[in-house]
Structures are given as structure tokens and as C-alpha cells.
Write a protein that binds this ligand. Sequence first.
Ligand SMILES: [Zn+2]
Ligand SMILES: [Zn+2]
Length: 107
Amino acid sequence: MAFGSDRQMYDVDLTCAKCGAHISQLPFQPSGDRPVYCSDCNRAFRKDRPATDRGGRAGGFSQAPRQMYSVNLNCASCGQQISELPFQPTGDKPVYCRDCMQARRNG
Ligand SMILES: [Zn+2]
Ligand SMILES: [Zn+2]
């Protein structure tokens, strides 16, 4: 259970993409195609994120009750009528019925 103190660090010569601080070491090898943040900014990011994202998957509970919006639309793929959506349609994106949405996600 002891980890955190003895991690391998990579020597880098980078600038934090957020605050501009110089970064000389990273706990991972930078890939070059992603912004890199200093440890302060990383910590701030994590704090900003709602912890509710995690843990929802454990226990085989995949369909938590969500707020549904009443709509009167047709599926952009199969044309089926849609009366409820788990999100508010913006109008500038196609909307799919549950079946098609699932098929798109899986496929
Ligand atoms: Zn920073
Ligand atoms: Zn459909």
C-alpha cells in the first residue's frame, strides 16, 4: 500500500499549460500531444472534478434514474418517435432513440 513516495519520475523540460510554471519532473512520460500541467494545477483539476463520476459503475448498477425531458422528436436514424430524452435537445444536433443511441455507442 505504500505508493506515492517512491514513484519513478521523468526528467522533462516543459511549461505548465495552465499557469506557465516550469516543470522539471513528471510522474509519467509526456506524450507530446497533450498539455502538461504542474503538480499544483493537476491537484486543482482533481478538486474541480465532481467525485460523483467515479464509483457509479461498481455493483452492476448501470441505469441510475435520471431526469427525463419531454420532447416531441423523431429519431434521426430510424424515424421512431421520441417522447423522452435524458438530456435537453439543443436543436442543432440529431437526436436518436434509445435503441439507435445504444447501437451507435456499441458500434
Ligand atoms: Zn500550473
Ligand atoms: Zn432510432
